[in-house]
Write a protein that binds this ligand. Structure first.
Ligand SMILES: NC(=O)c1ncn([C@@H]2O[C@H](COP(=O)(O)O)[C@@H](O)[C@H]2O)c1NC=O
Length: 501
């Protein structure tokens, strides 16, 4: 009968998995806590310490580190190895199931002391995983409860498990290498940064056809964005960048919001009671640039919204869901990729993002908006009225998603003019105003960083801008405030900058 060795800290799904193994005729051998859990649930299990004749010692630092175990895992299907097992009366293990002490999670809790952190460094489990993964030509190694069902299905089917054994082996090596890199990072206080990347999709090419490209994700077997392409060709390199940008915009708004993105720049953002209305307003901001863009929504796209989208050439539509009526309409847009991406509630300023530069990688926490406790200050003699306040709040958030120097003009909860990516701020103001046309009159204006000179305010005043929101902090703030006062413009300083390079 085949032997399975199980030693797990995360005991979720353990009992069901072990029960299936027993039903399939496997004999189970487990370390102390794992045995107890199985026995408590009436699963027949043998203690590894009874097998080795050595009890666990040093407070669990030595549990499974024994030649009788390692020989049983590492023995090959060759006569010499079988003889060693037979001469010593040692078992042969065909399945090794291990998950490790949760070092990463433990050291994230505040005030963890060094000795507690050290006790959470798994030694035996890592060795078991590496041994079993090394001998993947014979042994199945399972390091993640998410793989239990795949293993059971494979065993039930009686098919050759060669491909599965190999993929479980590289997954196990991925886990142990990340685990060790994380320990190195912790002990070195950040000198080492653990990073495991898993190929999620080969891309046809990069930004341009002569460039090669691959999309990697942070966990194995992940689909792009953890989502589903419901229709259309695979995502391209540029689509992935734009989808990411669109998704970040709509994820930062609570109300139903639509963003239209082109070449990483929003060309329209709007919030409304319905997706259809938000889309209509977002498109109205700059219908020329929207051609060939991507549309992101933070709510399910229904029939009414889909009908509105049917005439525009759109590369991708992204949303947490689509009604079947909407899919029916969008299916006629043959070249449009339709992607479902679950909405996440976990966005926080503590998340990290990485960006590659020549010879290195930059790491920073994500800018998900003003830090908690940010206080805005009206700095002009005129105060924004209620209507302007709504538009200023919206414009300020929208502006954070536009490349610096970023200027957003808004009316209500809709952008009417966007100017971004310019090396001087007054040029972004001019572009936003030109883009808005007559709609600039009575609109509000947001700027991602301070105005270094009063020129932008003078240009805005001429266009009829009624209120401005910006971080403040320039040496010429007084000149800027005076320019606003002279033109009867209300101005808010947020004290927070949102550069986006
Ligand atoms: N020291 C050892 O020999 C050893 N062997 C296995 N472990 C770990 O002990 C845990 C399971 O222990 P238990 O079955 O007692 O709950 C697993 O996370 C496993 O990775 C060990 N613990 C740490 O190194």
């Amino acid at each position: 009968m085949p032997n399975a060795l199980i030693s797990v800290t995360d005991k979720s799904q353990l009992v069901e998995f072990a029960q299936e193994l027993v039903t399939l005729g496997w004999v189970i051998w487990a370390s102390g806590g794992t045995s107890n859990e199985l026995r408590k649930n009436s699963i027949t299990v043998n203690e590894l310490s009874d097998y080795t004749g050595m009890g666990e010692m040093l407070g669990g630092r030595v549990k499974t580190l024994h030649p009788a175990i390692y020989a049983g895992i590492l023995a090959r299907d060759i006569h010499e190895d079988e003889k060693v097992l037979a001469n010593n009366n040692w078992l042969r293990f065909d399945l090794v199931v291990v998950n490790l002490y949760p070092f990463e999670k433990k050291v994230q809790s505040p005030n963890i002391d060094l000795s507690e952190a050290i006790e959470n460094i798994d030694i035996g489990g890592v060795a078991l995983l590496r041994a079993a993964a090394k001998n993947f030509q014979r042994v199945l190694v399972v390091c993640d409860p998410a793989d239990y069902s795949v293993v059971i299905d494979a065993l039930k089917s009686g098919q050759n498990t060669e491909t599965l054994r190999r993929s479980l082996a590289w997954k196990a090596f991925g886990v142990t290498s990340r685990y060790d890199a994380f320990i190195a990072g912790f002990l070195s206080s950040g000198e080492v940064y653990p990073l495991n990347l898993y190929r999620c999709q080969n891309l046809r090419y990069g930004e341009n056809p002569h460039q090669q490209a691959i999309f990697y994700s942070f966990s194995p077997n992940e689909k792009p964005f953890d989502g589903r392409v419901l229709q259309g060709k695979e995502l391209s390199y540029n689509n992935i960048l734009d989808v990411d940008a669109g998704w970040r915009v709509v994820s930062s708004f609570d109300e139903p919001t639509v963003a239209i993105i082109k070449h990483l720049s929003p060309c329209g953002i709007a919030s409304a009671n319905t997706v259809a209305e938000a889309y209509r307003q977002a498109l109205e901001c700059d219908p020329v640039s929207a051609f060939g863009g991507i549309v992101a929504s933070n709510r399910v796209i229904d029939e009414t919204a889909a009908i509105q989208m049917k005439d525009l050439f759109i590369e991708c539509i992204v949303s947490p869901g689509f009604t079947s009526e909407a899919m029916e309409i969008l299916s006629r847009k043959k070249n449009c990729r339709v992607i479902e991406i679950p909405i996440s509630t976990q966005y926080s300023n503590e998340q990290w993002e990485l960006r590659s530069v020549y010879h290195g990688v930059l790491r920073q926490s994500v800018d998900w908006g003003d830090p908690h406790g940010t206080e805005w200050r009206v700095v002009t003699s005129k105060h924004p009225d209620q209507e302007q306040m709504v538009a200023l709040k919206f414009a300020w958030k929208a502006c954070q998603h536009v490349k610096s120097n970023a200027i957003v003009l808004a009316k209500g909860k809709s952008t009417v003019g966007i100017g971004g990516g310019q090396p001087n701020r007054v040029q972004s103001v001019r572009i936003a105003i030109e883009n808005a046309g007559e709609r600039a009159r009575g609109a509000v204006m947001a700027s991602d960083a301070f105005f270094p000179f009063p020129d932008s305010i003078e240009v805005a005043a001429k266009a009829g801008i009624g209120a401005i929101i910006q971080p403040g902090g320039s040496v010429r703030d007084n000149d800027v405030i005076r320019a606003a006062d002279n033109s009867g413009i209300a101005m808010i300083f947020t004290g927070v900058r949102h550069f986006k390079h």
